[in-house]
Design a protein. Structure first.
Lengths: 272, 303
């Protein structure tokens, strides 16, 4: 199949690929370039400068929001990874159990559920049980949303791996929990890490659900950016956006390096 | 086989924590949405008549139940604002999804025809923008589309237009934003189904005298149907409830239902009406949601 596809790239294919990628990347590239614009006027190029980054460092409200977002993302991604991995395990290894359809339904629905519904419903729950809203309510909300993404990522990996290894371990008398820890988990680890990273960035990115579930005084970074963006384009916003994109790029590169390393190690370890 | 059964029970135990979590934080909250959608608006904190007092005996519960009303739903039907918002949401989602199918298909097709070692690279390139912040991507477009933004400058430099065109606060801007944000969700399932296609089929068709267009229509499209279905649902459902993109890019004269809900909740502080809006939105999306569930289960459950 691969040998066929080598020679089959038509000019139409090349053009649609190039245009598609340009469409996806150009706007962000422009934004990043303009964050280094010396001019206060966002559309006039006044030479290169880092003044907006310096100004950003003095914006206490923005820094506080960024710190809140990072904490929420770290805690919720970790919780979501544990819960999501367990859910994926149950779905792909649990065979049939009562309520399985409901279980998978609850896991897949949030992936496409409009965020206004998820946000509103969680808020009404928090109000009903009279919780004080802030860091923990946003964290719980993000865990709920992102664990579903983790579950899907890990589940597709669990479906692709060779089961005979974990079965062999158990046939040799290894208890299932240990078989999971020593055999299955190392194999699915790249997917688990990818799931954590995805959960982290989704949490960092979320505006709508956080707006519903947070309380007064605890803004996340997207809430803060959103209120600024509504007032128009500002060079500082270009700068913070560039920083976020750069941070995410680092995360992605790190993730792909980890994936590569683990696959290399997996291959060399296989003969042992 | 023995081991497989051995693993089944602990896996069921593994289900307990995520099961309880989702029941508590995903399923249960809908009960509150439904309940509050049936209650009266009140000027209070929180702004609705309190919970059904289950702890205060049957009589009090019955009295509270008697107070439940469909008033909020009557309002949704009778006030044009809501009906129009729902219609607009469905239209926008349908049009945007159709545009994305038209744009995404050639891209996914091009990806599937790349040499095998380039395909993962192309996939990463499509996924990466999905990882960068949603809000930032919309903001990037505000930059480009504003009155003296890059698009108008380019168009004027190329002498395509003389005067700057108003892009922001128009439906065009909103569609650009939606297509830009959701395109990866369309491309990836399309690519997943196209990558599995055996290109020998197309060669066979050509050998038998079938024209390329006809071969595409008779072979490629049917093979990619699951991808088309998944892509459509993955885009259509969340777009119907979209809030951020229409709020930042479209004009304020016509609203999508996500905006109406947001307005009722945050500006008007009318939680019961906002809840009723959510209940109806969920009902509208129920069928596409169920179809999506079936697709997901079949895709991930088949092992």
């Amino acid at each position: 199949m691969a040998s066929h596809s080598v020679s089959r790239l038509s000019p139409f294919n090349v053009v649609s690929l190039a245009l598609g990628l340009a469409f996806l990347y150009l706007p962000i590239a422009i934004l990043m370039i303009y964050s280094f614009n010396a001019s206060r006027l966002v559309n006039v190029w006044g030479g290169w400068s880092t003044r907006w980054y310096v100004e950003l460092m003095n914006d206490q409200a923005m820094l506080a929001a960024a710190w809140m977002s990072l904490r929420v993302a770290a805690v919720s991604a970790t919780a979501a990874t544990i819960l999501g991995t367990l859910a994926a395990l149950a779905l792909s290894r649990g065979e049939r159990f009562r309520g399985r359809t409901l279980f998978s339904g609850m896991l897949y629905a949030p992936l496409v559920m409009p965020e206004v519904i998820t946000g509103l419903s969680l808020l009404l729950l928090f109000v009903a049980v009279q919780t004080e809203r802030g860091f923990w309510t946003v964290t719980i909300a993000h865990t709920t949303l992102t664990m579903c993404f983790v579950a899907v990522v890990v589940q597709s990996r669990l479906g692709a791996i060779d089961r005979s290894l974990e079965e062999a371990a158990m046939d040799l008398g290894c208890p299932p929990a240990r078989a999971f820890l020593y055999v299955t988990l190392p194999i699915i680890l790249p997917a688990v890490i990818a799931g954590w990273l995805l959960a982290f960035t989704l949490s960092l990115d979320d505006l709508v659900i956080a707006s519903f579930t947070t309380g007064p005084g605890s803004s996340t970074l997207p809430i803060r950016i959103y209120s600024e963006v509504r007032l128009g384009v500002k060079p500082q916003i270009n700068a913070i956006c560039t920083l976020i994109v750069a941070a995410i790029a680092v995360v992605i590169v790190a993730a792909s390096l980890i994936a590569k390393m683990s696959s290399v190690r997996g291959e060399s370890a296989a003969p042992l | 086989m023995m081991a497989r059964r051995l693993f089944a029970r602990p896996a069921r135990i593994a289900a307990i924590a995520p099961y309880l979590w989702m029941a508590l934080f995903f399923l249960l909250p809908f009960a509150f949405v439904v309940k509050i959608s049936l209650s009266q608006t009140a000027i209070a904190q929180p702004p609705y008549v309190p919970l059904i007092p289950l702890t205060e005996g049957w009589a009090a519960t019955r009295a509270a139940l008697a107070q439940l009303s469909l008033d909020n739903f009557r309002l949704l039907i009778s006030d044009n604002l809501y009906v129009l918002s729902y219609l607009r949401s469905l239209t926008v989602a349908a049009v945007a999804t159709a545009i994305m199918l038209l744009i995404g298909y050639p891209i996914a097709y091009g990806m599937s025809r790349l040499p095998a070692r380039w395909q993962p690279v192309a996939m990463v390139l499509v996924i990466v923008p999905f990882w960068t912040s949603f809000l930032i991507r919309i903001y990037a477009w505000i930059n480009i589309l504003q009155h003296d933004g890059l698009l108008n400058k380019t168009l004027m430099a190329l002498r395509i237009v003389r005067e700057p065109v108003t892009w922001l606060s128009t439906d065009t801007a909103m569609y650009i934003g939606i297509v830009y944000s959701y395109l990866p969700f369309m491309i990836l399932p399309l690519y997943a189904s196209l990558a599995k296609m055996d290109h020998a089929l197309l060669e066979a068709a050509a050998d038998l005298g079938c024209s390329r267009l006809k071969a595409f229509w008779l072979i490629t499209v049917p093979i990619s149907l699951p991808g088309i279905g998944a892509g459509i649902l993955l885009c259509f459902i969340p777009i119907v409830g979209e809030f951020v993109i229409p709020d930042l890019l479209a004009g304020s004269d016509r609203m999508m239902i996500g905006q109406t809900l947001w307005l009722e909740f945050f500006t008007n502080k009318d939680w019961p009406v906002a809840s009723a809006t959510a209940v109806v939105l969920l009902a509208v999306l129920l069928i596409p949601l169920l179809v999506y569930q079936r697709l997901q289960q079949r895709q991930l459950g088949a092992d």
